[in-house]
Ligand binder design. Structure first.
Ligand code: ADE
Length: 232
């Protein structure tokens, strides 16, 4: 069983439309849509925005639905000049950019007393996503790199520069590293797929409104194609 998480309704709408035999269960205010997508058993859910929602949602997918992999699909702000609006980033790993225990000597992003700074994504899922992306989204570029997450919509150049420099992230969003942390602690493979909606700078708000729909289209299309090719 594959768990598919999107933070917002818009990010999972198309995926839910493609599902059949759907039954819905509501837990912690989240609607879990269990059914068949491209012949595979999946649970698709809108987690809500931010790290806490994403963490709760992932743990429910694991404990209650018994998923054996989790994929997060959605949009993000680019942290690099070569990653353009519409392009897709596949997480090699994820880091929480707003975790700061530097006062105790920890690196930025390091969760105190946890044995890792970043949460590595599953290499087989990355390979599969890249292959599928080239097939279904041939007009865009697909990147493999670090996804950074925080409970912040990044929309200032200075903030973006700080995050980009410290964490060497490819894109920034608000859930991926929480999903990564829960997957890591439960020893479950996971992947974050993010299409770029904005450049996480002073123009982010305007770009987001303009390009959100197209970016979601790209990531949802990939998610559906990837499910078809997924072997469990
Ligand atoms: N999701 C899409 N764009 C984002 C941004 N600039 N910051 C955080 N999350 C985002």
């Amino acid at each position: 069983m594959l768990g598919i998480i999107g933070a917002m309704d818009e990010e999972v709408a198309k995926i839910k439309e493609h599902m059949t035999e759907t039954t819905i269960e509501k837990i912690a205010g989240m609607e879990f849509h269990k059914g068949i997508l491209e012949g595979k058993d999946v649970v698709t859910v809108r987690s809500g925005i931010g790290k806490v929602n994403a963490g709760i949602c992932t743990q429910i997918l694991i404990d209650h639905f018994g998923v054996n992999a989790v994929i997060n699909t959605g949009i993000a702000g680019s942290l690099r000049g070569d990653i353009k609006i519409g392009d897709i980033v596949l997480s090699t790993d994820t880091v929480q950019h707003d975790m700061d225990a530097s006062g105790f000597g920890y690196s930025y992003g390091q969760i105190p007393r946890l044995d890792t700074l970043s949460f590595p994504a599953d290499e087989k899922l990355i390979d599969l996503a890249e292959k599928c992306c080239r097939e279904v989204n041939p007009h865009i570029n697909v990147f493999r790199g670090r996804v950074v997450s925080g409970d912040q919509f990044v929309s200032e150049q200075t903030k973006k520069d700080t995050i980009a420099n410290i964490f060497e992230g490819f894109c920034t969003e608000m859930e991926g590293a929480a999903i990564g942390q829960v997957a890591y602690l439960n020893k479950i493979p996971y992947l974050v797929i993010r299409a770029i909606s904005d450049n996480a700078d002073d123009t982010a708000g305007i770009d987001y409104d303009t390009f959100e729909k197209q970016a979601i289209e790209n990531s949802a299309k990939l998610m559906i194609a990837m499910t078809a090719a997924y072997e469990g």
